[in-house]
Write a protein that binds this ligand. Structure first.
Ligand SMILES: Cc1cc2nc3c(=O)[nH]c(=O)nc-3n(C[C@H](O)[C@H](O)[C@H](O)COP(=O)(O)OP(=O)(O)OC[C@H]3O[C@@H](n4cnc5c(N)ncnc54)[C@H](O)[C@@H]3O)c2cc1C
Length: 492
């Protein structure tokens, strides 16, 4: 091991692992560090008591033609990566509680755009008429056809008012908003229509619900291994305490395992932890520091992991909701004041439906997520779980008969595993910096920081889209910037 590198990447989440592997591919000497014992960050796969699973539901959007496909192709690891794009007519279930109290289900393929029965099924599930369908089609038409300039112009328009401008029926608003809440984990009124439309387009064309053979974190593990196989080092269980800045430039990191030097440092630790904790205040321009302090984290997800002694559910990805379940700012404030919806928005990843080998023969793993607070200390999340489990017992009473282990989690676990809490109420956000107006599109923080040699990668900067896809997108874009800077320095 050498203590001097071309680039140091702090964090082997999907953003960091992607940049590190691509830099290694370009011939750079890479040090990739993570405080955890393996790569994958929020989407890592753990192995415990005979089961392999993520700590919470992680499924990908788009399912096909994604940045993950680009990554595994770039690294030549398609075969080991085993991207599982769901096939067949039973890939996704939308479970909707109608206003008359009846649960209806839409079960369909991963790509709704390829489902000839989608409109009939949506009409039937949501109880809407042909006039409503017409309005929905007008909205879909815009989703598919708006050009880049038109989309940029929607950076300051919230997705909820944008959808309402088409006059679509409340169940359609509920369906779209439930999906948007899960994709962005932010209040629907604040998600910019520009980001939402681009991502919904990916969902309808590329489908939803990709998973990976051996667990979702497998691709990040392979990317980290790629770094080692290409002359770099992957240090696990190593926490970065400080980014070293000399003469105004990032030049290395200090860790619990010693100091390491490189002319370029990339941080996957999150913009707020990086700027407010890892870099000394005097190295950061005051206005940048103040602006970073004001940034808003996304919402959190809290939930439960269920391990069953036999399969109960037969769809890999399930989203359950009513007209009341989705959150905009008003509804998020209402639940904080104790005013709860009839049923919460339930997201379930039945990961053994994708890869049965994750569990002992015939067992089933169901990972459930429910909208919650990003605050690791929030009491709200305990109530979120109670209400979520009551809804689950109502929808699938058989689960209770077969549970052999039940593991609840809240934003505190998310923060412990990944992002340090450095601002009040932040740390356990599901995705990262909130994808809301003022923090997205053209207002998205730049991956370049004001400190020369210091870049940000991951969901806070440099990419767009849903969760892990956004992290990998950022990983590609930041790798390109880093490689360009490295080549320019080598040429000089
Ligand atoms: C409950 C839940 C459900 C989710 N569901 C989905 C889903 O269905 N689909 C989807 O696409 N996304 C989902 N996500 C979001 C997705 O997992 C994240 O947005 C994405 O993985 C973030 O990637 P990242 O590279 O930005 O950062 P992270 O995954 O947060 O990785 C950052 C890494 O940096 C390391 N690190 C931080 N600080 C230090 C330090 N000081 N020293 C060393 N290492 C450090 C951390 O240990 C971590 O490994 C979910 C997240 C949660 C919490």
């Amino acid at each position: 091991m050498t203590d001097s590198y071309d680039v140091i990447v702090i964090g082997a989440g999907y953003g960091g692992a992607t940049t590190a592997a691509l830099c290694a591919k370009a011939g750079m000497k890479v040090l990739l560090l993570d405080k955890n014992n393996q790569a994958g960050g929020k989407a890592q796969t753990i192995h415990r008591r005979g089961y392999a699973y993520e700590m919470w539901p992680v499924l990908s959007l788009p399912a096909s033609e994604s940045r993950f496909h680009d990554l595994v192709a770039e690294l030549g690891i398609e075969d080991e990566a085993g991207l599982i794009v769901p096939e067949g007519d039973k890939a996704i279930e939308l479970k909707y509680l109608r206003s008359d109290g009846e649960w209806r289900s839409y079960v369909g393929p991963s790509k709704q755009a390829e489902d000839p029965l989608a409109l009939d099924r949506l009409e039937e599930t949501f109880g809407v008429g042909p006039e409503d369908v017409e309005k929905m089609l007008a909205m879909m038409g815009q989703i598919f056809t708006l050009g880049e300039d038109d989309l940029d112009a929607l950076d300051e328009t919230g997705m909820l008012p944008w959808m309402r401008s088409f006059g679509v029926a409340e169940p359609v608003i509920a369906y779209m908003s439930a999906m948007l809440n899960l994709i962005f984990v932010a209040p629907v009124d604040l998600i910019p229509a520009s980001e939402a439309v681009r991502t919904m387009r990916q969902l309808f064309l590329g489908g939803g619900g990709r998973y990976h053979k051996g667990g979702y974190g497998r691709v990040a593990e392979l990317a980290a291994a790629y770094v080692e196989e290409h002359g770099g080092t992957f240090l696990t269980g190593t926490r970065v305490d400080k980014i070293i800045v000399d003469d105004g430039r990032a030049v290395g990191v200090s860790t619990d395992a010693g100091e390491f030097r490189a002319p370029i440092v990339v941080s996957n630790a999150g913009i707020q932890p990086t700027v407010l904790k890892l870099v000394d205040d005097e190295s950061v321009p005051e206005d940048y520091l103040k602006w970073v302090e004001t940034l808003e984290p996304g919402l959190g997800l809290a939930g439960v992991r269920y391990f069953l002694d036999e399969p109960v559910l037969d769809t890999g990805m399930i989203v359950a909701f009513s007209d009341e379940s989705w959150w905009d700012t008003e509804r998020y404030e209402a639940v904080q004041d104790g005013d709860w919806p009839d049923v919460p928005l339930v997201f379930a990843a039945v990961v053994t439906e994708y890869d049965p080998e994750l569990a002992p023969d015939g067992h089933q793993i169901i990972l459930v997520g429910l909208l919650g607070s990003p605050d690791p200390k929030a009491d709200l999340n305990r109530e979120v779980i109670e209400r979520g489990e009551a809804a689950i017992a109502q929808m699938w009473p058989e689960i209770g008969d077969h549970v052999i282990r039940r593991e609840p989690y809240t934003a505190a676990a998310v923060s412990n595993m990944t992002r340090d809490a450095v601002v009040a109420g932040q740390g356990g956000e599901c995705i990262g910096l909130s994808q809301i107006i003022g923090q997205c599109g053209q207002s998205k923080p730049s991956a370049r920081t004001p400190i020369p040699g210091l870049y940000l990668v991951g969901t806070d900067a440099g990419g767009y889209g849903c969760g892990t896809h956004q992290a990998v997108d950022s990983g590609f874009n930041v790798a390109a910037m880093v490689i360009e800077e490295w080549k320019a320095a080598v040429t000089v």
